[in-house]
Ligand binder design. Sequence first.
Ligand SMILES: Cc1ncc(COP(=O)(O)O)c(C=O)c1O
Length: 478
Amino acid sequence: MEAIGSVWSPHHDDPLRRSLAGALQTAIEAGHLPAGGRLPPERLLARRLGVGRNTVAAAYTALARAGVVTRRTGSGTYVAADRRWPAGDASRLPDNPLLRNPAPISERLVDFRTASLEADESVVPALREAVAQVSVLAHGHGYVTQGWEPLRVAIAEYLSRSGLASDPDQILVTSGAQQAIDIAVSALVDPGDPVLVESPTYPGALDVVRRVGATAVAVPVGINGVRSDQVRALATRVRPRLLYLTPTFNNPTGAVVPESERQRLAGLAHELDFAVVEDLTLAELSTGPAPPPPIGAFARADNVLTIGSFSKLFWGGLRLGWIRGSVPRIAKLARVKAVGDLGCPLPSQVAGRLLLGLVDEVRARRREQLRSRYALLERLLRTLLPDWRWATPAGGPSIWVRLPGGDADGFARLARAHGVDVVSGTHFSPDGSTAGHLRLPFCRPPQILEAGVKRLANAWREFEAGRLEAEDGSRPLV
Ligand SMILES: Cc1ncc(COP(=O)(O)O)c(C=O)c1O
């Protein structure tokens, strides 16, 4: 019970049941409550935490429904014997709305599910120019497993300018950051290993951790991202193999880990012997000052991999990203990439090199776009949904909205019926503790933002009315 008491407090502002279920799941995933072990009897835990027995019973039921525990009549509640995701079995992963195909046009849904900008105006001309250049390259076989060398040179120069001195041999070109996460995490982690992830975090990374069969352990994200003292406390306890994080514009909150904390995290990884995968996919979407150098710049050993992408600054359709690490590690990862696909398409890589030459100009354009779209979303929400709260992000494409009440999954379902597709917070955390939130992208074009927020406001009116009615009905009559 110590393990539960140390991670759960009844003052948590989520509904009690959800909050307790989340804390129990974290304790289980961190290994404090071993597989097959018995959970405390409901009455005992309720007394210890100062909550009603019904709250504990409801939390246990929620965990049983999620397959985290099993309930044996007359004998108690037990941690499920093997509750890891079976390694390699992607078909049993939970739903990830971010990775669903777009809804059919006929449904006329406003897409608030995707937090990506449309292609920058430089992309189509670069693709045209790339086709012209490929006609020269077409005499060769076209396979470049680690990545086309001129592109690796351009990425290495770009990273060196950001404060992470890099050599072209330290770069592996990947099919977007998603493949980079997949290759990096799969190479570093075995089934059953604890992996520290931010809560909230990018759901595509949670998918990878689960598919590998590892156990995601949540580190809370605050106003300045994850805190090194919290990482230290958790890492000392669970001995993770890996920390995956998005230090520059956490997806979804937009939080940035300050430079001093990056130095500490690099030191901790060395001291406590875990690897760091830092995902800088959103790092170019700054609406304020330039972010600090990557964590890789402070690494004390060969234990930090840095991931980046062309998707957010230029266009997701290029399917281009990279991993930067030590030369021997990148050579190994290139071998893994080659087994999967023998390398990225050459035309995209040629366009990527051309685009990296325009990075300053495109960054400035994106910044203006993001600033004006954020201002529009803020105005719309303050007018139409004045009770919704969020922290102003320093960058990134989205805000992390705290709903004034109710369950965001239920609200997302209702919003869809009102014609807007939005993702609830549940998907951004390994333990469901972020279920009172929604991620709202402010990067969508103005007319989409306007239509989407109007529909959200209609949905919210209906949702609130239903919620208040339910609360009313549950109140005792005398
Ligand atoms: C933090 C983060 N990592 C990775 C990705 C995947 O990016 P890509 O399109 O480069 O695969 C995304 C996409 O939204 C993201 O937000």
